[in-house]
Design a protein around this ligand. Structure first.
Ligand code: SF4
Length: 289
C-alpha cells in the first residue's frame, strides 16, 4: 500500500531544471483556487488512504498560502512534508512552520555554480546560497523538523562528490535519483541531461563513501521511479508516470478519491523497494533561537 501522496500544487517555478519532470506543459490552466486546494487536502486526509502528504510543485513555496495548507494538513492528522528548491525559505521560515511540518526535503544537485547553471537549478545566475542551506539545516535541528536532501544525478553532476556537505547538513535521509525522461514533460532535449545507470550508480557509490552512518541513502533508478509515486497535479487529479508519461485521473473533487485513484497505475512493490513507507516522529527539541 502506498501511504504517501505528493500534491503538486502549482506548475510555477523560478528554476528551470532541464531534467524537470514536473513542468506540466500539458496543463494550460493556472490551477485550483485556494479554497479548492484545501478541499483536495481534506478529501485526501479523510479518505484514510494516506498517512503522509508531500507538497511539491513546481516550487510549492511560491504558493502564497503554502504554510496555511501545511497547517491544515497537519490538523487533519496527516504527516506533512514539502520539497523545495530553498530559494524562498530561510531559518525563520523553517522556525515558523516547524510545529506543523514533519519533513523538509531540499533539492541540492551541486554546490558548483557552473554545474547549477548548466542544470538550470539557479536563480538569476546565482548559486544556491550555501549559507542559507546551513541556516536551514540549523533551524531543522533546533525546531525538530526532519531534513531530507534530494539530489538528481544527470550528465552535469555525475562526477561530483557532495558527501562532506551532506554530512554537515545532517539530513536523516538522502534521496539520490537518476534523471528520468517523462514524455511531454522533459523529453525535448533529454539527451542533454541523460545519465547512464552505470554512471548513476557510480555517483551513489562514490558519494556513499565517508557518509555518516545515520544518514540513510535511498537510490532511485529510472526503473524504480516510474510508477512508484502517487501524485496529484495542480488541477486536483491523481497522476502516475508508469508508462513514462503522465496519466491523469478525473478530478478528485468531481469523482472522489477512491474513484480517481482507481484510474491511475502505481506499483506498491516499487514504493516499498524504494523504502517509501517510512514515518518520522518528532522529538522534543529545545532551542534558544
Ligand atoms: S526546482 Fe523542481 S520544479 Fe523547479 S524546475 Fe527544478 S526540478 Fe522542476
Amino acid at each position: 500500500m502506498i501511504t504517501t501522496v505528493n500534491y503538486h500544487l502549482t506548475k510555477a517555478c523560478n528554476f528551470k531544471c532541464k531534467y524537470c519532470y514536473a513542468q506540466f506543459k500539458d496543463i494550460h490552466e493556472e490551477g485550483l483556487p485556494k479554497a479548492k486546494q484545501f478541499e483536495v487536502v481534506r478529501q485526501l486526509a479523510e479518505s484514510g488512504k494516506f498517512r503522509k502528504i508531500n507538497f511539491a510543485g513546481g516550487e510549492p513555496t511560491l504558493v502564497p498560502h503554502i504554510t496555511e495548507l501545511i497547517q491544515y494538513a497537519k490538523s487533519l492528522g496527516l504527516e506533512t512534508s514539502i520539497v523545495t528548491n530553498t530559494s524562498q525559505i530561510d531559518f525563520e521560515w523553517v522556525k515558523n512552520i516547524s510545529s506543523y511540518l514533519d519533513i523538509l526535503a531540499i533539492s541540492i544537485d551541486s554546490l558548483n555554480l557552473e554545474t547549477n547553471i548548466k542544470i538550470g537549478s539557479n536563480q538569476s545566475g546565482k548559486i544556491l546560497s550555501i549559507n542559507n542551506l546551513r541556516n536551514i539545516s540549523t533551524a531543522c535541528q533546533c525546531f525538530g523538523v526532519q531534513l531530507k536532501i534530494n539530489t538528481v544525478v544527470s550528465k552535469f553532476n555525475h562526477t561530483e562528490k557532495l558527501t562532506d556537505f551532506v554530512n554537515e547538513m545532517q539530513p536523516f535521509r538522502w534521496k539520490i535519483l537518476q534523471a528520468t525522461e517523462v514524455k511531454g514533460q522533459n523529453d525535448c532535449n533529454f539527451e542533454e541531461v541523460a545519465v547512464s545507470t552505470d554512471d548513476f550508480l557510480y555517483f551513489c557509490s562514490r558519494n556513499s563513501k565517508g557518509l555518516l552512518p545515520e544518514i540513510k541513502v535511498v537510490k532511485e533508478s529510472n526503473e524504480l521511479i516510474k510508477g512508484s509515486y502517487i501524485m496529484v497535479d495542480c488541477l486536483g487529479r491523481f497522476f502516475d508516470s508508469s508508462q513514462s508519461c503522465h496519466n491523469y485521473s478525473a478530478p478528485i473533487l468531481e469523482v472522489g478519491v477512491k474513484n480517481a485513484l482507481n484510474q491511475i497505475n502505481v506499483d506498491s512493490q516499487k514504493f516499498i523497494a524504494r523504502n517509501g513507507n517510512y514515518s518520522t516522529i518528532k522529538e522534543n527539541i529545545v532551542c534558544t533561537f
